[in-house]
Design a protein around this ligand. Structure first.
Ligand code: URA
Length: 433
């Protein structure tokens, strides 16, 4: 087989066979196919797309490119939740402890920030001492002891995705449906969870900007998960505006703690409860309504918060920080951004908010960048709120002042104020089973 022929076939709109797809993934993982040919194929896939059959073959090839984990030593049903990536999306920090407090095992492997979106592992590393790089055997022991652990992806898990991801990130081929499906599901299927709930984001802060595309993404991920024998459900949720008020690692951990204390923002609380209820229902803990009530109780009794503190302790962090979040340091510098005109915040470009947060140090512009855990944005007004000219709309936080001007400019350019009050958009737009 020749890579040239595969590129040409896809470029001309042909369908790759399972054999061809496996050959290319295996060759690329072994370092036998150069990046420039894989870049060309990714671009051809970006423009020509892939059929469901091709995408399934690509997903399974990514899954099989490294070690497939065996979680059978973890007692009980294992669940996972995965978001396709958003801005201010700290739901995993709330949902995982809630469902673990209700008796399902959370054995979760998460990623770092990607493009303008934040990553759970970067957020958890804002907790001093918290270890995310834990060997698989210790990870399984922690889940058996405490019911929950969230770690970074094991180096041998789906290595083809690591290579492909880094390549896509720099060749403008991230937002391709078959490439997203195979990246996410390839990793999820290489881990060994029984139930997977996917939070498929749609709107300006997500990789899929239209509801139609997000629905297709959700349907394909669910279908491929089922073909692999998993219980999978997807929620399509709005990412037209950041979730909650906090964007940035420490700020988001504190907001997640407040949510587990029952005093979180309404949108974040609603989505966390919905996701928790769907996970619990998939794990057969009760009907959806019963599971929703159980999730609410886990917040009101403090059981979810206690489980979060237990998880932090199990992974080497100080649980006192979870129970007293005022311990988290505040950034050395801050700057308030004010509205330039009066009116309703009609819409925001959530991706622009994500980029503004990166500019402050909350994410990476290059692979080598070190994250400032205190950096980020705290919103003072959200879509639908009325502001007067001069009212604060956000506070920027950073350990250095040099990023403020660019971040402020980006944030203001991403905030659209108008005399007209926007229509409220539901947070959960659809459930795909
Ligand atoms: N998250 C992933 O892991 N991969 C993608 O392609 C997009 C989001």
């Amino acid at each position: 087989m020749r890579m040239y022929d595969l590129i040409q076939k896809k470029r001309d709109g042909g369908e790759l066979s399972e054999k061809e797809i496996r050959w290319f993934i295996e060759g690329y993982t072994k370092g036998e196919i150069p990046d420039y040919q894989v870049s060309a194929l990714c671009m051809a896939i970006y423009f020509r797309g892939m059929t469901l059959e091709e995408t399934t073959a690509l997903t399974f090839a990514v899954r099989d490119s490294g070690e497939r984990l065996d979680f059978s030593e973890i007692h009980g049903l294992r669940v996972d939740k995965h978001s396709t990536g958003g801005v201010g999306d700290k739901t995993s920090l709330v949902v995982a402890p809630i469902v673990a407090s209700l008796g399902v095992k959370v054995a979760k492997m998460s990623g770092r920030g990607l493009g303008h979106t934040g990553g759970t592992i970067d957020k958890l590393e804002a907790i001093p001492g918290f270890r995310t790089d834990i060997p698989v055997d210790e990870f399984k022991d922690i889940v058996n002891e405490t019911g929950i652990a969230i770690v970074g992806q094991n180096a041998t898990l789906a290595p083809a995705d690591k290579l492909l991801y880094a390549l896509r990130d720099v060749t403008a081929t991230v937002d391709s449906l078959p490439l997203i499906v195979s990246s996410i599901m390839g990793k999820k299927l290489a881990a060994d969870d029984d139930c997977i709930v996917l939070d498929v984001k749609t709107g300006s802060g997500s990789f899929m900007k239209t509801l139609e595309k997000s629905r297709e993404l959700a349907e394909w991920m669910v279908e491929i998960g089922k073909r692999a024998g998993k219980r999978v459900r997807a929620l399509i949720t709005d990412m037209g505006t950041p979730l909650g008020y906090a964007i940035g690692n420490s700020l988001e951990v504190v907001e997640a703690i407040h949510t587990l204390q029952g005093k979180g923002p309404a949108d974040l609380t609603e989505l966390c409860l919905e996701l928790s209820a769907h996970i619990l229902a998939l794990a057969e803990k009760g009907t959806y309504e019963e599971c929703l009530q159980m999730a609410k109780n886990a917040i009101s009794t403090g059981a979810g918060l206690q489980t979060f503190a237990k998880m932090v302790e199990g992974q080497g962090g100080n649980p006192a920080w979870i129970l007293q979040p005022e311990n988290f340091p505040v950034a050395k510098y801050s700057r308030t951004v004010v509205a330039k005109e009066s009116g309703y915040i009609h819409s925001v470009d959530a991706e622009g908010y994500g980029v503004a947060s990166l500019l402050l140090g909350a994410g990476r512009n290059t692979k080598e960048d070190v994250i400032d855990p205190t950096a980020g944005i705290y919103l003072k007004a959200k879509t639908g709120d009325y502001v007067r000219a001069g009212d604060p709309i956000a506070v920027l936080y950073s350990g250095k002042e040099s990023g403020f001007a660019a971040a402020e400019e980006r944030l203001l350019a991403s905030t659209h104020i108008s005399a007209e009050k926007p229509e409220a958009i539901p947070l959960v737009l659809a459930v795909v089973e």
